[in-house]
Ligand binder design. Sequence first.
Ligand code: SF4
Length: 217
Amino acid sequence: MHAAKPVCRRCGVCCRRGGPSLGRGDLPLLASGRLGPDGLVTLRRGEYVTDNVAGGVGPLAAECVKVRPGPDGRACRFFREPDACAVHADRPLQCRLLFCEAPEAVRQSYARDRLGRRDILAPGDPLAALCAQHEAETDLTRLTALCRRALAGDGGAREEVARLIRLDAAWRQLLPERAGVPPETLPFYLGRPLPQALPACRAALAPAALYKPGPSA
Ligand code: SF4
């Protein structure tokens, strides 16, 4: 006799850990407007995140787009206590694939089919070019290196970190003002503000008196 096949008990544990990352199978959901930029957040290349699928904490090798968290800042915005999904019929592919006791299917899909902004935005969309420009100007890998140097006492690096944070803030002000981008969609188009995406920024901008002296030349 075969053992009973384990099935998802819909306990909501995975929904409480955060919304799903989107994959190619979710493009129809995006095209239909059932899932839109105002409900998404981009986690950028180089951003330090807890990776619930691959496991561990560290910088992302490639960006991903996720369903934004709800009011508690963590659980999926579509999760309703005690254990319900408000979009169950239209839930993203990762939610359909994820079974916490057998996560291999979702791991494979995550590695192969993850969407970034360039997969979601139409090639001729002017916002795609603006996203790419913002990405290049506020590159998180470079910013991580600057933060390390600032924390080691490099005043020039500290000033550059501060400049990049001001630049990022200016982007977030100007896109709604000049391009009519709804403010609630900025986490998708620009990712999270730099101090959230990279908490090391906050440490790097702490008063210089708190720094340990760096190694002498
Ligand atoms: S979309 Fe639904 S199933 Fe997926 S994480 Fe959110 S609440 Fe859970």
